[in-house]
Design a protein around this ligand. Structure first.
Ligand SMILES: Nc1ncnc2c1ncn2[C@@H]1O[C@H](COP(=O)(O)OP(=O)(O)OP(=O)(O)O)[C@@H](O)[C@H]1O
Ligand SMILES: [Mg+2]
Length: 394
């Protein structure tokens, strides 16, 4: 199965590109599902037909769905939180401690992701294309499995106490999910989910940009965050590209100005995102609506190539031995060292970029070592680890 997710600033064309990819994949014979996870759904508008919370077949090999699971979970999980809090209080925990312990951040998002994945897998789709919310919210969604795993790892003491209490409630608001007997099981599922979301053979993340300054900046930030969490990007779509001017140039002054400005950013996009492939999507004089028009747009972008193939494989995290020390290399494009905060805590390396934080589980060999030098080289954060005795000698 393939999982493709489009990211980008509000209004750049994520829904259009997700739907175009799905429609084109279906046209090429792949069993395809396109899912909207954006609460402000517009997939139905792009496909030009009403959709429901369940997958609905809308063309040969093409299904579409607008999930409202985020909302459902938000309400559902808060009930479980209240329940756990009250149970803990009865057991003698102070108010603050009980509330703190019952709070698992991002639970709703986790369940939404799990639902999409489980359904995709069980329904035998070849491809699932996700039409997500604008960048910030989607990065938050994608950072949740990591946050959740970290949290459950930390909150050891309350587990046995609260799990049994929460069980019937978990069942009530996750009726179909009978595997979720307990949070411990959920923990395993989230770990498995993260594996899928970071597996470059299954999941690909694509950035959508327009040839405009602000849009490019946001895509660069998205690229950094995706790299921080190890999510594989396999390409960039440059959407709304004006056609080349006719011989003698555009007659219309507005078009001429737009084309000149686009040219500059267009070139910047192609060079900045290299070595990722950049595909151009033409500016249409009318909105691209309906499966047929969307498939035609897909064909124009990717020609006869399958738009769901893996187009690029970046270098993952690397560990290199250098004499007695080790070098951990973490690709983090478009970030300055001054913007990275790093802390080594036991077997974890905590890397913070902006509002996002990742706890990287260190390979066993690095755990007793000290992180001595960090630097940014060619789009990667390089951290040198040295044995404490060796650094004391130095
Ligand atoms: N290449 C294109 N040519 C013409 N119109 C386009 C093109 N791409 C997108 N549009 C139109 O631009 C509008 C915004 O596109 P779309 O909804 O796909 O963006 P989005 O990134 O999903 O937005 P949001 O962040 O609100 O979800 C829509 O009306 C869409 O039909
Ligand atoms: Mg959209």
């Amino acid at each position: 199965m393939r999982l493709i997710l489009y990211l980008g600033k509000g209004g750049v064309g994520k829904t259009t590109l997700a739907a175009a990819t799905a429609a084109r994949a279906a046209q090429l014979g792949k069993r395809t599902l396109v899912v909207s996870t954006d609460l402000a759904h517009s997939l139905a508008d792009a496909l030009d037909r009403p959709l429901t919370a369940e997958p609905m077949q809308i063309a040969s090999s093409l299904w579409a769905q607008e999930i409202n699971v985020l909302e459902e979970m938000r309400t559902g999980w808060s009930k479980v939180q209240d329940y756990i809090t009250n149970t803990l209080k009865k057991q003698g925990a102070s108010d603050v401690a009980a509330e703190e312990m019952a709070l698992i951040p991002g639970m709703d998002e986790i369940v939404a992701l799990l639902n999409i994945y489980r359904q995709a897998r069980d329904s035998n789709y070849d491809v699932v294309v996700i039409d997500a919310a604008p960048t910030g919210e989607t990065v938050r969604l994608l950072s949740m499995p990591e946050t959740f795993l970290w949290y459950v790892n930390q909150a050891n003491g309350w587990k046995g106490l609260a799990l049994n209490a929460a069980k019937p409630l978990l069942k009530t608001f996750l009726p179909g999910v009978n595997v979720l007997d307990s949070l411990a099981k959920l923990n395993d599922q989230v770990a498995a989910l993260r594996k899928v979301l970071t597996n470059p053979d299954i999941s690909s993340y694509r950035l959508v940009v327009n040839p405009e300054k602000m849009v490019i900046k946001e895509a660069l930030r998205a690229e950094t965050y995706l790299a921080l969490y190890d999510y594989p990007i396999d390409g960039v779509v440059c959407n709304r590209v004006l056609p080349p001017p006719p011989a003698g140039g555009y007659q219309d002054a507005l078009l001429r100005d737009m084309a000149t400005q686009q040219r500059r950013y267009y070139e910047q996009i192609h060079s900045t995102f290299a070595p990722l492939p950049v595909w151009d999507a033409p500016y249409r004089s009318q909105e691209v609506l309906g499966a047929e028009a969307l498939a035609a747009l897909g064909a124009e972008i990717w020609g006869n190539t399958d738009p769901t193939q893996v187009f690029f494989r970046g270098s993952p995290q690397e560990l290199i031995k250098r004499g007695e020390s080790y070098l951990l290399r973490l690709p983090l494009p478009h970030v300055e060292l001054s913007k990275v905060v790093m802390t080594k805590k036991g077997d974890e390396l905590i890397v913070e970029v902006g509002n996002f934080k990742r706890d990287i589980a260190l390979p066993a060999v690095l755990v007793p070592m000290e992180a001595t030098v960090a630097r940014m080289t060619e789009g990667a954060l390089e951290v040198t680890f040295t044995a404490p005795a060796a650094s004391a000698r130095a």
